[in-house]
Structures are given as C-alpha cells and as structure tokens.
Design a protein around this ligand. Sequence first.
Ligand code: TRP
Length: 453
Amino acid sequence: MATSTTPNRGKWNSKLGFILAAAGSAVGLGNIWRFPTVMAENGGAAFLFIYALLVFIIGYPVMVAELSMGRRAEKNPVGTFKSLSSNKIFTLAGFWCVICGIAILSFYIIVAGWTISYFFEQIFHYLGFEGAAAFVADTDNGWLNAIVAVIFMAATISINIAGISQGIERAVRLLMPMLVVIILILIVYVMFQPGAGEGLREYLVPDFSAINTDLILAAMGQAFFSLSLGMGALITYGSYLSKRENIPEAAAYVTVFDVGIAFLAGMLVMPTIYMAQAQGLVVFDEDGSLLAGAALIFQVLPELFHEMGGLVGLIFGATFFFLLSIAALTSSISLLEVPTSYVIDEHKVSRKKAAIVVGSVVTFISLFIAFDTSLIGPIDQIFSDIGLPLGGFLVCIFLAYFWKTQNAKLEVRQGFENIDDHWFWPVWVVFIKYICPILIALILGSTIYGIFR
Ligand code: TRP
C-alpha cells in the first residue's frame, strides 16, 4: 500500500500524499456513476440537498472517527476493533467491514470494467467500426463484462501488491485535476444542447415534497459510499497515517473535494440525461423510474460525445472514460485493501498472497454479476445503503462508549496541538456520541420499519 519507512508498517510519504490517497479513494464511480444515477431515481435537487446535509453532519464526523481509530491501532478494521477495547463483540464489526468490502468490490469492478469497454467504444465509433462499437457497448454481454472486470481486478491487485503509494499519489495529483477540467468543459458544452435546461432545473431547484424515507436512506448510503466510509477503508488508510498529520483538517479537505467533484458530475450528467431524452433516447418509463438502471451514464454520456462528433468527440470521450477508469482504480484499491490487510495482519500471510487470494474470491463472486447485471442494484442497496451506515453506526458507538472520546482525543491531539482550545473537539464529541448514531439509527430504523410494515 504505502512505501515502508518502518519495518512493520508503511506510511504515506507526505501530508499531501495521504490527502491525495484518501481523496483518490473517495473520488471514483461513486461520484460520477452512482451519485447521478441515484439522484435521477430520487427526485433530483431534493436528493442533492439531503445528501449534502448528511455528508457534513454524519460523513465528516465518522471520517475523523475512522482515521483516528486506524492511526491509533495501526491495524486493519478487525485488528483495530480488537485492540482498542477489551470488549470482543466488536470484532464482529470488523468482520462486517471485511464482508461489505468484498461485496461492494464485487460489483464495483463490473462497473469499472464498463469504463474500459466505453473507452474502446469511443475509439471504434470514431473509426466507423459500428459493429465493434456496438459490441463493446453492450453492458448485458456477460463474457465481455467478465473479461473487462478481470482486467480491472488484475490492475487493482498489482497496485495493492506493489504498495506504490507514490504511484497512487502521482496518479491522483495529475489525473484528478484533468478529470475536473474535462468535466468543466463538458458542462459548458452540454448547457448549449436542447433539453439541458430542464435537466439543470431538475438538479438545482428542489421539490421538497419529494423527500421521503427512501430518499433519505439513499442519500445517507450515497454519503457513506462516496466518502469511502462505513467499512473501515479509512481505518486502514489511517493506519498508514503519520502522527504529524492533523486528522480533522485532512478529513475536511477530502470531504470538500469529494463533494465538489460529485456536484460537478451532477451538473454534467443531469443535463445530459435530458439532452439524450430530447434526442429520442428513452431514459424514464411512464411512471418516471429509470429504464437503464446501473448502466445509465454509459448510455447517456456517449450520446454527448457522439454529438460533439469527429476528433473532438473522440478526444473528449476517450479521455473521459480513461480518467474515469483511473479514478475507479484509486478507489478499488482501497476497497481491496481492507480484506487484504485483514488477511495479512491477522493470518500472517504475505501481501502478495493475500491480495491474490482475496482478489480471486471477489472476482469469482463478480462473475455472477457479470452475467446478470440486474444484481448490481440490490447488492449495492443492501451493502451500501444499509451495510455502510450500519458500519458507521458501530464506529460511532465503539469510539464513544468503548474506546472512549478521551482516548480519541489523545490520538487526534498529535498533529493538532491546540485541540484543547479549539471549538472543533467538543462539537465533534457531541456528533459522535449522540447526533450521528441517533440519526443513522433513525434512518435505518424507519427503513426497516417500512419494509416490514
Ligand atoms: N468512494 C469510492 C467511490 O466513490 C468507492 C469506495 C472506495 C468505497 N472505498 C470505499 C465505498 C469504501 C465504500 C467504502 O467510488
């Protein structure tokens, strides 16, 4: 994962290095694929509003909690829960993290595989090979899904084995700004297309009557997913974090950066959906639900690039899907890192063996999804919308009532010397002890109540 400066455990190379790696983990398909899709299904701007709210009142405090637990314990999630308290029940919370990581990664690599397929779709389309373009564009082709997912997993495993934090850092430093620039240019372009105005209105003018328990649950799940919270990815990343870093500050950078990119992606995708619809693509069925489901952005965004046409369309299209696959890669390595570091730490296996074994198990599961992509929706909902908030809830309860906030303070003080005079600490304690767990429990509780009613 990170380069080794101590015999036991790697460390990120610099302050920026950690922020880049954590931002790389946060920014991925969650921002550009999941966020717009879930939003289009859940009432547009009202969803955006609740999502943004939950990011700051639940996501950010939980991120600080995960990072401080991980840095204190210097272990994977299972080891962290085990070592910070004598209560062994919470070891189960660690296992829950590992299970969520495996489940989420198993569909994540399928969608990431589509970014590879569509990179080639753009090229074939430009060259006039329409047959080949249509072949790679078929997200229902099980064999194709399997092949690109395996390629993507192989890339993820090799990075986890090489432990090249420098590679991640460099990729994020260089390619993330490129992704932002390309999205900005595309936003300007799409604004001039017919239908875009309606999409923009849908995105920015909230209809608060659309808010219901489904929307709130989806917004909470999206907040956890996008920030990489609730399954110990940031416990693990925190375990590589140097004691000199200011955790609340680093977490604030990562949160703002991630939300910023999601917001921009929405500005691009929502208008593009309505543009594609104005061009005759059927996006919603009569009762307003999405037809494309998980494949939504892979149907509408290529329309935009084809609309640009010629070499310009190719350059934007191919670059966009290339950058998106890199963004997905810097995220998938954090998903794989959780089960891998668990196997390394707790079963004393070499990193290479651990990454290959875990990666193969995940790939095996993902093959079922490759041949039936309608599984993505339910797996995603169970593990992202319910599993991650449940993990976040356990983190709050564990930190507040088992590890204790005084101990967390000793950890966070390192790198944040004036913590005793700062308003941050007492406010954060109230969030972690009361506001976050109660809110999560209420939202999860009302959903479960709704299911069994
Ligand atoms: N946050 C990433 C994205 O937006 C996905 C991801 C990486 C993730 N690590 C995670 C999601 C841990 C949940 C938990 O694409």
